[in-house]
Each structure stands twice: as C-alpha cells, then as structure tokens.
Design a protein around this ligand. Structure first.
Ligand SMILES: NC(=O)CCC(=O)C(=O)O
Length: 302
C-alpha cells in the first residue's frame, strides 16, 4: 500500500511574537519563515491571528476581504504577503489565520460577516486551501475565562483537506476545532498524514488540554499533528499558551516550545504512520457494524 506521507519532510511551526502593528507582524513573519526555510523546512505554519491581537473587539478592525479570490492588495495585504512569501521561500505556507470580512461589516446584527480564516499557499504562491474556523471558541469558566467568538464571528461550514502533491494530504483546522475529534478522524480516514491547527489556547485551558488534545488527535488517528500558537504576551488582552508542538503518529512529542517566540522544526518521516498502524492495527479493527463511520459524512473543501 502507498505511504500516506510520500517522502520525509521538515515541518516548521512558527511561534510568532505578534504586536498590534499588522505591517510589522507581516514582515516579522516573513523573516521567521525565511529563517525556517534556510533550515530545510518545506511545510511552514503560522499561528492563529498571527497578524493582529486576538479578541472579539479586534476582529472587525483587522479584518480583510478575501473574496473575490484573489483579492486586491488593498482588500487583503495579508493574502498578498503570504502568497509572495510562499513563493519566495519555496514552501507550502499555512498562513495561520486572519480575520476575514465578507460584505460590509456594520455590527453583529448587520449584513456583513466576519470569519476566522486560514489561507494556505503552494510554493508557487497559489492559494490551495481556505479554512474558516468551524467551531467558534465560546466558553465561560467562572472566575477564569469567558470568551465568545460568536459575538462577532460566523462559523465556517467545511472540512479542509489539501493535497501537497510531493508529500500527501494535510488537514487544516483552527484552534477550538481541535476539540471536535470528528474533524480529525474524517480527515485521517480520507488519507491525511498530518493535521495542522494554528491555535491560541490560553493560560487556563492551555495548561489543562493543549498537549492532551494534540496527542489525543495523533493517537486516535495515528497521524502527525502540529499545533502552532502565538508567543505569549502578558501585556496583551489575551494571553496565549504558546507551547507549539509537533506530535508523531504514536502520540509521542517530537518537539514542544515553551511560551516564548521560537520555531518547532520537526522531521516527519515517510513510513512512520504505516509502522505505527502495523503495530497497533486500529485501521483494520474498526467495527462499522457496531457504530457508524463518521468519514462517510461531512462537507468538504478539498
Ligand atoms: N482560539 C481558540 O479557539 C482558543 C481555544 C481554547 O483556548 C480552548 O481551550 O479550546
């Protein structure tokens, strides 16, 4: 059987220190991506909301228009910066996420819509995937954290799997999406070798669940998983957990950062998924005569 990951590849997860200055964030991201490329990375990932602060009050202010595609430079400077950067670096670039506006935004009751959107570009600078966060981050843990993305954001409605022809299929989702294992299982059963989550957990849920979620998605599906957070900024309204990490198909951590700016550089090995699946053959032991196969359903953006 053909290997899911066709050849070994170096993955970079860039834990970027972002500021309130979008132009600065874009140029800082460029220098970090080029640095990772010099070290051999061929798939490079940026964090959720990598070019703005993370927070409901910031989404409208920083939002860019991505439709029609390609947008003009004025409609989306981030689209063009990411596309140019993927080409300059010669890498697959998963551009974290940016707030996206569709129509004219005049508040949550108006006609316009905001999404939390991830754009992925090929080494020729072509847009190859667009994922709108499907599960909005709405939580309320008394005395700890209340956050309601749904106050301003609209959820996406597609699962995103993209084919990188030299390497294989990659699934892209955003942060809170990781808590819904169906997305991961569907993508893995559709042949993804890698699940990527640009994400910004916080100091409450990060300590509890960040590593657990990453390792669980890898363990359940026997695939590689990469989580890419912004670096922590204690001056910001929202304090990201950091700890970007790459996990192998046996749920072993290949590399995990602390909370500061840095880059995970992890070698994903061709053959490793099949080796793990041979040892623990979940893939031939599933009992779809007892429970349904979730990968038979779903809406896709492939
Ligand atoms: N940005 C997010 O979706 C945060 C998700 C999070 O912190 C969680 O605990 O889940």
């Amino acid at each position: 059987m053909a290997q899911l990951l066709k050849q070994s590849v170096k993955l970079a997860l860039i834990q970027l220190a972002s500021t309130a200055d979008k132009a600065h964030n874009l140029s800082h991201a460029r220098s970090k991506v080029l640095e990772a490329t010099k070290q051999g990375a061929k798939i490079v990932v940026l964090p959720e909301c990598f070019n703005s602060p993370y927070g409901t009050k910031y989404f409208p202010q920083y939002a860019e228009q991505l439709q029609p595609s390609p947008p003009t430079e004025k409609q989306s400077p981030s689209f063009h910066a990411l596309s140019n950067l993927a080409k300059e670096a010669g890498v697959y670039l998963v551009g974290g996420s940016i707030p996206e506006v569709v129509g004219k935004w005049d508040g949550p009751e108006g006609e316009g819509k905001l999404y939390n959107t991830s754009l992925t570009f090929s080494p020729t600078g072509e847009l190859v995937a667009m994922h709108r966060k499907v599960h909005l981050f709405d939580i309320d843990i008394p005395g700890k954290i209340r956050f309601k993305e749904s106050e301003v954001l609209t959820p996406g409605n597609k699962i995103s799997i993209v084919d990188f022809p030299e390497y294989g299929k990659v699934a892209i989702a955003i942060c809170y999406d990781i808590r819904f294992p169906e997305l991961a299982t569907i993508a893995a059963r559709k042949g993804a070798f890698l699940l990527l989550y640009p994400g910004a957990f916080n100091l409450t849920t990060g300590a509890l669940h960040w590593e657990l979620q990453a390792r669980a998605r890898a363990m359940d599906n026997q695939v590689y998983v990469g989580l890419c957070s912004p670096a922590r900024d204690m001056e910001a309204d929202y304090n990201a957990w950091g700890h970007s990490m790459a996990v192998d198909p046996n749920a072993e951590i290949l590399q995990q950062l602390d909370e500061k700016e840095g880059t995970v550089l992890a070698e994903l090995k061709a053959g490793r998924i099949e080796e793990v699946r041979k040892g623990i053959p979940l893939y031939t032991q599933r009992r779809f005569d007892v429970y349904p196969d979730v990968s038979e359903g779903g809406k896709f953006d492939e």
